[in-house]
Design a protein around this ligand. Sequence first.
Ligand code: SF4
Length: 224
Amino acid sequence: MAKKTVISAKEKKRVAAIYALLEKTYPDAACTLDFRSPLELLIMTILAAQCTDARVNIVCEELFKKYKTVDDFADAPPGTLEKAIHACGFYNQKARSIRQSCTMLREEYDSKVPENMEDLLRLPGVGRKIANAVLGECFHQPAVVVDTHCKRVSNRLGFTRNTDPTKIEMDLQKLWPEEQWTMFSQYMVHHGRAYCQARSPKCLECPLYDLCPWPEKTPRLHES
Ligand code: SF4
């Protein structure tokens, strides 16, 4: 039988304090992809792999003028979709995922993006990160999105010791009530960009400094 994780009262207090500080630091935190429908977010999250959200927003501003429906993507003639998403990188693979996913949506889901994890994971090119983003942002379901920022920042803050995204997701789910999962995911992205960058994090300016156990964080002068 799996051993149940017990979180100490002290750790619960630290985790709650971090959430409160993140809430205060990023009062306007929101998804950084400009989507208007579940289909748009699905396409954008497929395009966002190995690409910045800013670039995806620029590419999709034009893309969504031409491609508006599941049929538009599923029936895109060879080469056209690839050209339209070229700037996002890995365009052949991403175009294939989009075409195949939209074909499946049309044939099996009445051209609608499903509202549950199991069905979303059936779509080609869709993993838990994309599925959680769609469930949390579009359908307001509890969902922890483990992207590169969440992975790095959560490890540094001591929320997980895992590197596998699914295990990280499970670890993070134990720390907060479900209604905080989606916002927590967004805070991780914002904090990863603003302070806790992969290289040269701004530890001395970070509002979470006193609560962060990362052994490699920059020491304060009087501590060194
Ligand atoms: S103190 Fe440094 S490592 Fe810790 S969360 Fe802040 S920026 Fe990241």
